[in-house]
Ligand binder design. Structure first.
Ligand SMILES: Nc1ncnc2c1ncn2[C@@H]1O[C@H](COP(=O)(O)OP(=O)(O)OP(=O)(O)O)[C@@H](O)[C@H]1O
Ligand SMILES: [Mg+2]
Length: 270
């Protein structure tokens, strides 16, 4: 467990024999000249389900974009399977569901099946029909995994927010990614669908040996599912097993937030 700068990266409930999938070392990232991430150290092992929480603007999306290699670090280093994030060796291994990924542009005419099929396209098969049957099977399986078989030929536009969210997750699954990063996948979906999605992600980690790194504002939901939690606010303020995640008061202390109502105020109004 890490609280405020401890260096120990060992997680209590992680099988330490599992191979390291992600290693982030001393990562600092600037955006438009402003320091957004400071000295991030993070190790993820295969099969982990890790939740990232933190206030608006605390750098959660910036961290995911840096891990993916879209943003260049000021200092430090990111390795996925021992290679730089954009390395060809990581080809097909990383699935990315961006913040608001399910808000597709209006007027786009694409069915669930077509959208999921996009997940199987890469630079090797873009112009050639390689492994047509295998790809078709992957698309069918991914749609089944998220429970959208009944609407697979329906236009994305006519789906609910939750169904659309499941479709973009299926697109990531169809790519056969082993490492799935999701940025706020629970926004705008009802409680039932949210629980189904969390169960699906949990099952993927347990049964399919996928590794999930998920950003969410929904602290209650993420605490029920993630094995490990990270609290990010410019730097990592907490990294440890979900059971050890601090209560709201301790979090406020970590953030240096003082109670609004002081003692005298309470006395005067009691
Ligand atoms: N393209 C950009 N250029 C400059 N600064 C940016 C850019 N995008 C984000 N920022 C700034 O970086 C900081 C972190 O943003 P980021 O999107 O990583 O936060 P977040 O934790 O994902 O927030 P949210 O919970 O709202 O999604 C914010 O102060 C934001 O204003
Ligand atoms: Mg964000």
């Amino acid at each position: 467990m890490i609280i405020l700068g401890c260096e120990n990266l060992t997680q209590s409930n992680v099988i330490l024999t599992e191979p390291t999938l992600l290693k982030v070392e001393n990562l600092s990232v600037n955006r438009s000249g402003k320091l957004i991430l400071k000295d991030i150290n993070l190790v993820l092992r295969k099969g982990e389900f890790v939740g990232i929480v933190g206030p608006n603007g605390s750098g959660k999306t910036t961290l995911l974009l840096s891990i993916l290699g879209f943003l260049k670090p000021e200092t430090g280093n990111v390795e996925i399977y021992g290679n730089p994030p954009m390395s060809r060796k990581n080809f097909d291994k990383i699935g990315w569901v961006s913040q608001a990924a399910s808000y597709l542009p209006k007027g786009i005419r694409i069915t669930v099946r077509e959208l999921v099929r996009l997940g199987t396209i890469n630079s090797r098969n873009l112009f050639f029909e390689l492994d047509k049957i295998g790809r078709r099977e992957r698309v069918t399986n991914a749609i089944k995994m998220v429970g959208l078989q009944d609407v697979e030929n329906v236009n994305i536009e006519s789906l609910s927010g939750g169904q659309r969210q499941r479709a973009v997750i299926a697109r990531a699954l169809a790519s056969q990614a082993e490492f799935i990063l999701l940025d706020e996948p629970l926004v705008g979906i009802d409680r039932g669908t949210r629980n189904d999605l969390l169960k699906l992600l949990d099952r993927l980690c347990h049964d399919e040996d996928k590794t999930v790194l998920m950003v969410s504002h929904d602290l209650t939901a993420i605490r029920q599912t993630a094995h490990r939690m990270i609290y990010l606010e410019e730097s990592i303020k907490f990294d440890g097993s979900t059971e050890d995640f601090p209560d709201l008061q301790t979090l406020a202390d970590l953030r240096g937030i003082k109670p609004v109502h002081d003692q005298s105020f309470n006395h005067n109004h009691s």
